[in-house]
Design a binder for this molecule. Structure first.
Ligand SMILES: [Zn+2]
Length: 231
């Protein structure tokens, strides 16, 4: 096998290694990444806080109603007890009862309104909770898939590295050194020749150059300096 072909194979393996390493890096950056879950968790916390606040309001409205009711019943008892004969006092008590009834009605309306809101917020909390469950399940599935992908890529990379070592052991060390010298400037330093054209720079090669390359010599493209490989 010509040295150019060996170097070409080395380059193929190294390009494959680089692309798999890139994929591994990309997947690794997604591992543990849980923005979507955090976002729904935050939404749930906010809604739960809103529900708690509404429930507090509901209880406080209920207590206010209890207070008014007991005040109302005491005042009504007094009014209808027959113990109070003074018309002025009776009128004033009647006013008080009327006022308390109005207030009771207002508070009951308010309590009903809050109850409606509590109902809505409860439904919303339950909807977000199930959304969170869905997002979390999807996240776990995704993470598992990513872990599997990472393992697979690591196995592929380890195979490729083994292949690379085998190739390196076979190739003339001077050629390898030359190859890595060129690699400092370019990622692809071995170019296939197709119909007399260097695939690295698309220049038509002089016949003499082609002939030297065909005879197995290490020949660089006179235009792009890549090592020419004739398949
Ligand atoms: Zn070229």
């Amino acid at each position: 096998m010509s040295i150019a072909k060996q170097l070409y194979q080395l380059q193929e393996v190294e390009l494959e290694i680089a692309s798999n390493e890139q994929a591994l890096k990309q997947i690794a950056s997604q591992l543990g990444e849980n923005q979507a879950v955090v976002k729904v968790q935050a939404k749930l916390t906010l809604e739960q806080q809103r529900l708690e606040e509404l429930e507090r309001q509901q209880h406080s409205a209920e207590w206010e109603i209890d207070d008014i009711m007991s005040k109302l019943s005491t005042t009504e008892e007094e009014l209808y007890s027959g113990k109070i004969k003074n018309p002025k006092e009776l009128t004033s008590l009647q006013h008080e009862v009327d006022g308390l009834r109005v207030k009771r009605d207002q508070l009951e309306d308010k309590a009903l309104e809050i109850m409606d809101q509590v109902e809505l917020a409860t439904a919303s909390v339950s909807a977000i909770s199930s959304e969170l469950k869905t997002v979390e399940t999807e996240w776990h599935r995704q993470q598992q898939q990513l872990s599997t992908d990472v393992e697979q890529l690591k196995a592929i990379l380890s195979d490729l590295e083994h292949k690379r070592q085998l190739l390196l052991a076979k190739i003339d060390p001077e050629a390898v050194e030359f190859y890595y010298q060129l690699k400092k400037q370019k990622t692809q330093v071995v170019a296939e020749v197709e119909q007399g054209i260097c695939r690295g720079c698309r220049i038509s090669l002089p016949t003499a150059e082609l002939q030297r390359a065909r005879s197995g010599n290490l020949v660089q493209c006179s235009s792009c300096r890549r090592i020419l490989f004739l398949a």
